[in-house]
Design a protein around this ligand. Sequence first.
Ligand code: AR6
Length: 184
Amino acid sequence: MIESFLRGRVTVTVGDITQQRVDAIVNAANSTLLGGGGVDGAIHRAGGSQILEECREIRRSRFPEGLPTGEAVITSGGNLPAPYVIHTVGPIRGAEGGRDVELLAACYWNSLALAVQHNLSSVAFPSISTGAYRYPREEAAAVSSKAIEDFLTADNTLKQVRLVFYQMGDARLFSENHKFRNGA
Ligand code: AR6
């Protein structure tokens, strides 16, 4: 763990999202929910076919046209250490008609709300939209930290939100650009 915020309820680490031992890991998915590259590919590879089967069922029964950007759904974690995966669709930078900030914040907020609805107490996030979807890391740090702080201020059931960066340099950029009000 590199640093923590909000009296330890938020921690920052460097690692692989698929290896996190938490109640749910969040997937930076696309609206098809049928897999892709980056985090999405890694989660489906490590978690196995159970996750894809549940995603297909969610598409069929609830989102035949795809999961809208900013929303979140939950499946089991298949073979992953985490029992659940929360799939959310981040904004594609510059392609959302000026709603990038609002939609990235919604990803974090809606993922956390879904975790609470399922009585989960720990959630690990990758840095949504900062890979293939090209959201600048500095701006994503500000938006994600604000959304997480707003959510945790209103909720007292979630015990741990872990922010998992793939590389040390990415974690450092987060540290320099977050908006958490209180450290430790
Ligand atoms: N663990 C933690 N972080 C990771 C890992 C990992 N195993 N792999 C990559 N990252 P991306 P997006 C970081 O592209 O931008 C997919 O094809 C990476 O450095 O996974 O939301 C989907 O199907 C980056 O900072 O997600 C969609 O089509 C961050 O995770 C599209 O990409 C997110 O990168 C979604 O794009």
